[in-house]
Design a protein around this ligand. Structure first.
Ligand code: IPE
Ligand code: IPE
Ligand code: MG
Length: 250
């Protein structure tokens, strides 16, 4: 499994996840509607992938739409879906140029056709890129992801001749292999913009040992220096994974 990359003078996390929050509040402060905030946020999402690539990050997960976000006013939901259908094709040349492999995490079946097709096209056309992976979390929920893997594990178990023996083989690694993103690395750094200090159903399983970084900066004005600050802070953390500091220094 991939590990964080050690660079001269800094430690670069391998997989960074971002809860891109604060679009609505930013727009309100500008005297504009929420969709204006989402439009500006989408521009930053496009840029952050390039910054991440320049820093040497290999995987970046962006939380774009949660399973709970369907409950927002229908005008906002429709606006977000249209924005996705508009922005993804526009971002394709950038992605190709930067070697971005676009992937999606979440159930895209309920997305409107135009948005779903844009997602599928971006996945297909960038499949052979390998500089950085962009994992767009769309209609994504960490609990739903875990539940889906538990259901798959139950199906697997039912097919086994000796179910008691099989149950003993159901380890955390086995369950993870049944999750939607079995081939992405665990999160090293989880950034949330917008000032809230919660996970909001993002990457529940894979954030088990992520370093958490919260900033008050609203997503539409998040800049490269803000990302750098998060990376610098990550570099100062001691990741102990349950061990003692002394054990790590041995
Ligand atoms: C995050 O910004 C984007 C989505 C959830 C789609 P918000 O829309 O949640 O912005 P705030 O939190 O209301 O400011
Ligand atoms: C989390 O932000 C979801 C995304 C950024 C897509 P929310 O704004 O939906 O989260 P809560 O409601 O503040 O927890
Ligand atoms: Mg929010």
């Amino acid at each position: 499994m991939a590990e964080s990359t050690q660079m001269v003078g800094s430690i670069i996390p391998y997989h960074v996840g971002i809860i891109m929050d604060g679009n609505g509040r930013w727009a309100k402060a500008q005297g504009k509607g929420r969709l204006h905030g989402h439009q500006q946020g989408a521009e930053v999402a496009r840029e952050v992938v390039r910054w991440a690539k320049e820093l040497g990050i290999k995987q970046i997960s962006l939380y774009a739409f949660s399973t709970e976000n369907w409950a927002r006013p229908s005008l906002e939901v429709r606006g977000l879906m249209s924005l996705l259908a508009l922005m993804l094709p526009r971002s394709l040349p950038d992605m190709q140029q930067n070697g971005v492999r676009f992937r999606v995490l979440g159930d895209i079946k309920p997305l409107p056709g135009r948005a779903r097709r844009a997602v599928e096209k971006a996945c297909a056309e960038t499949a052979s890129n390998s500089t950085i992976e962009l994992i767009l979390c769309l209609n994504y929920g960490g609990q739903q992801e875990i539940l889906a893997s538990v259901k798959e594990a139950a199906q697997w178990l039912l097919k086994q001749a000796d179910q008691h023996k099989a149950l003993a083989l159901l380890t955390t690694d086995k369950l993870r292999s049944m999750m939607w993103r079995a081939d992405t690395a665990p999160l090293d750094l989880l950034i949330r913009t917008g000032g809230e200090k919660r996970i909001s159903n993002f990457h529940l399983w894979d954030a088990a040992y992520a370093e958490l970084y919260f900033t008050d900066v609203l997503w539409p004005v998040f800049c490269k220096a803000d990302l750098q600050r998060a990376i610098d802070e990550y570099g100062r953390r001691e990741r102990r994974f349950g061990l003692t500091s002394e054990q790590l220094n041995e």
